[in-house]
Ligand binder design. Structure first.
Ligand SMILES: [Zn+2]
Length: 480
């Protein structure tokens, strides 16, 4: 249980650091760097952690823009996760409720990762200071995880065993509502199917050609039939990586498809992947082309830990929802008004569903001022994927959504970028930092709870962690 002293000490420790981490959040906001290129962003967080006495290993696990920060020795190991990559084309002036790019076409923090990283680092520092004050033996770790949007820094950490000794991971993500997230996410793997054929004049000697483009089209037809015979929660999507030569009068001798294959659990995903591979082989056989299969990446599904989710819930309720005021609500209403009605309703309904609240729970509000009760729902799956999944299969983990934007505004939008750089976002970020740090303090003081969390993970992932990322995958920008 949380005590008033714990809450007071953690809150004071966060408040003493609020300015430092707001500055770090704005530095990351301004840098807005894409996956694997987050040099300035990682640097800002490393400097803030070093200033607080953390030992920081930059370039961790072979990733130039990753870091692993550690403070304290012995005792349980409590870890937090930073993300700080931006999204292409979502540049936007902070706090402005109409489309206004800071730089036309430049990246922006449309997923709020500037807040995510800064709050997790703030939580790590507050927990370190709490442990020192309380004379508690405790090791605090803060992982700087690049490329969440594409690439998956956490999977490289997981593959290297970086989370093996960790007793508890407390994570969060910026959102429109406040709740602990107790659903799974979809495991995903990306695979490129490349076909090589033989070129020929398409009118005078088509019989001499073997079309790689035909192979791609037949593969897609095959996969679109396959959909009927895979579990309904699975998802297949594809894009042309290479649509062959530009001239219609040349039989295409090269073409390639990039597939995403998703399913609620890694073994289901790998089984469907094998069937997609067979469809690709069939397409090659039909067209007389050669097939190369190139697995690109893979994320595991998120496995929520009940013992830790309950601690996170208690901490969140003790800290309370972000302290939004009238000015925040007025600005939030202006942001919400820019989202088309249908889309706004869909976004709100999605929060109701994951939070386990009835339709109408958020009605009439611009900003969420509640912390929804715990809704334990591990067999349900959120329709997205995250590399926090891999962390959750290596160490017990829980995560919360914390309101950093108006209800009804969705992720990966200019509205989210704008709100991630103003008071609404900062208030959410500090509530998140206090919640994570308090959960860490509670878990660290309760060895029986940590043992329960560990046993639960052993039962949820009985065969241990299987990394869905291919051996050949390297952390690098896609075009490098
Ligand atoms: Zn995100």
């Amino acid at each position: 249980m949380t005590t008033p002293e714990q809450l007071q000490t953690i809150r004071a420790a966060c408040e003493a650091r609020a300015a430092r981490f707001e500055q770090a959040a704005m530095d990351v906001f301004g840098a807005a760097e894409l996956n694997w290129r987050e040099k300035e962003s990682a640097g800002a967080l490393c400097r803030a952690l070093e200033a607080e006495g953390f030992a920081v290993r930059r370039g961790a696990c072979g990733m130039e823009t990753a870091f692993e920060a550690t403070a304290g020795t012995g005792g349980p190991v409590i870890a937090f996760l930073c993300e700080y990559d931006a999204l292409a084309g979502l540049s936007q002036l902070p706090g402005v409720p109409e489309p206004a790019p800071a730089r036309e076409g430049a990246p922006g923090h449309g997923c709020g990762h500037n807040l995510l990283g800064a709050a997790s680092a703030e939580a790590a520092c507050a927990l370190k200071s709490y442990a020192e004050e309380a004379g508690l033996a405790l090791t605090v770790k803060c992982f700087g995880c690049p490329a969440e949007e594409d690439g998956g820094g956490k999977v490289f950490f997981a593959r290297a065993g970086a989370f093996d000794g960790v007793d508890a991971v407390f994570a969060w993500h910026p959102g429109a509502a406040n709740y602990v997230c107790c659903q799974g996410t979809l495991a995903v793997t990306g695979v490129v199917y490349r076909f090589a054929g033989r070129t020929a004049h398409a009118a005078s000697a088509p019989h001499a050609g073997r079309s790689a483009l035909d192979a791609c089209e037949l593969m897609n037809v095959g996969c679109n039939y396959l959909r009927e015979h895979i579990i309904p929660e699975a998802r297949l999507h594809y894009a042309y990586r290479d649509a062959g030569p530009l001239a219609p009068n040349v039989v295409p001798d090269h073409a390639a498809l990039h597939y995403y294959i998703r399913a609620p659990h890694v073994p289901q995903m790998m089984e469907i992947r094998a069937r997609v591979d067979d469809v690709a082989r069939g397409a090659a056989l039909m067209t007389g082309t050669q097939l190369t299969i190139e697995p690109i990446d893979g994320f595991s599904d998120f496995v929520p830990n009940r013992a830790l989710s309950e601690v996170l819930q208690t901490a969140f309720e003790a800290v309370g929802a972000p302290g939004f005021d009238e000015a925040d609500r007025a600005l939030a209403a202006r942001f919400a008004a820019t989202v088309p009605d249908g889309e706004r309703e869909t976004n709100i309904l999605n929060d109701c569903r994951v939070a386990g609240q009835p339709r109408g729970y958020y009605a009439g509000k611009a900003l969420d001022d509640t912390v929804a009760p715990l809704h334990w729902d591990p067999d349900a799956t959120e329709p997205g994927s995250t590399d926090v999944g891999d962390v959750s299969q290596c160490a017990p983990a829980a995560q919360a959504y914390v309101a950093t934007m108006a209800l009804g505004t969705g992720g990966h939008t200019w509205q989210m970028t704008a709100q991630s750089g103003c008071a609404i976002g900062f208030k959410g970020m500090h509530a998140a930092a206090q919640t994570l740090a308090l959960a860490g303090a509670m878990a660290a003081a309760d060895p029986a709870l940590l043992a329960r969390a560990r046993e639960e993970l052993r039962q949820s992932v009985p065969n241990g962690y299987f990394c869905p990322m291919p051996e050949t995958a390297r952390p690098c920008p896609p075009e490098d």
